[in-house]
Ligand binder design. Structure first.
Ligand code: R5P
Length: 297
């Protein structure tokens, strides 16, 4: 039977794109907040017996998770047998260890909430940190979409003589893969994080690459400090053309403006998180992944 795709509020455009790829019926979720801040959720259409995919990117997750769980549970109560989650950005991947005694292991708490509510999950490049795969904490089948080929295609089309720059050791995986696919060199910087907004970047010798356009690549741009400090350093080292490419553009507070002020001429992100910088469409890859997983379960 044809599945439903239900975009949560704010995900209508991405949900419609995914729905078209999957060949799904597009459903509606009515949502509003009561004056006291509680959520009202309603599925106005008859859905009994079907399977469904909920589309909800999970940046700013605290305000999204309860309505999402309410919607998933309501679907089951109304007779939907299988409910999958399409979360282009998956939140709470950071705190996977108790760095200080008594800290909440929010990555596994969040994974449990999602695993209990959904039958499967599709996401894009989750920030795995110390985990080898999503299945270490999520107890449901997953399909992870990798944005690297799409980032590389963007570079090939947009940038003449690029130098891919990974701002920290963790970005080596993206930087090297994207650089190979884009047919250009890459370099990886060294980052020390002293606090949420306190980041120091050390540079290897990059003098041999001067004259190229430095393309900073990271999986997440959150406070923007990583990219800002890397861009400032590159500018100080004589790079006059700098752009920034992010899979997930969260852009907390003034992060986007800070990047432009740091001398970044162009900021491009995927549409995993809606933002004015979205220039790389992942909806086709996400839709194919959802269709694949939905067909197997
Ligand atoms: C961390 O290792 C990630 O790959 C990103 O570098 C990090 O999330 C970026 O955060 P921010 O924009 O706050 O510096």
């Amino acid at each position: 039977m044809t599945p439903w795709v239900f975009p949560m509020p704010g995900n209508e455009r991405f949900g419609a794109q995914v729905g078209a790829v999957v060949g799904a019926r597009l459903g509606i979720i009515e949502y509003r907040r009561f004056p006291d801040g509680e959520s009202y959720v309603r599925l106005p259409q008859a859905v009994e017996g079907d399977s469904a995919m909920l589309v909800c990117t999970l940046d700013r997750p605290d305000e999204k998770i309860l309505p999402l769980l309410f919607a998933a549970r309501t679907m089951r109560e109304l007779g939907i047998r299988r409910v999958g989650l399409i979360a282009p950005y998956l939140a709470y991947m950071r705190q996977d260890r108790r760095f200080r005694s008594g800290e909440a292991l929010t990555s596994s708490c969040f994974a449990d909430l999602i695993s209990e509510a959904f039958d499967w999950i599709v996401t894009v490049d989750p920030h795995l940190h110390r985990r080898a795969s999503l299945s270490e904490i999520y107890r449901i089948p997953d399909h992870v979409v990798h944005a690297a080929p799409l980032l590389a295609a963007w570079i090939r089309e947009q940038i003449v003589e690029p130098l891919v720059v990974g701002p920290d050791a963790e970005s080596e995986q993206w930087a090297s893969e994207v650089a190979v696919a884009a047919g250009c060199p890459h370099v990886v910087l060294h980052k020390t994080r002293h606090g949420d907004r306190d980041v120091v970047i050390d540079f290897p010798d990059v003098s041999g690459w001067k004259g190229r356009t430095a393309v900073l690549i990271d999986d997440i741009v959150s406070s923007g400090r990583t990219m800002v400090m890397a861009a400032r350093g590159l500018r100080d080292l004589g790079f006059s053309a700098i752009c920034a490419l992010g899979v997930h553009g969260i852009f907390a507070a003034s992060a986007y403006e800070d990047l432009l002020s740091a001398g970044v001429a162009q900021v491009a992100t995927t549409n995993c998180v809606p933002h004015t910088s979205n220039a790389i469409d992942v909806s086709h890859a996400v839709g194919n992944a959802a269709a694949d997983l939905h067909g197997k379960i």
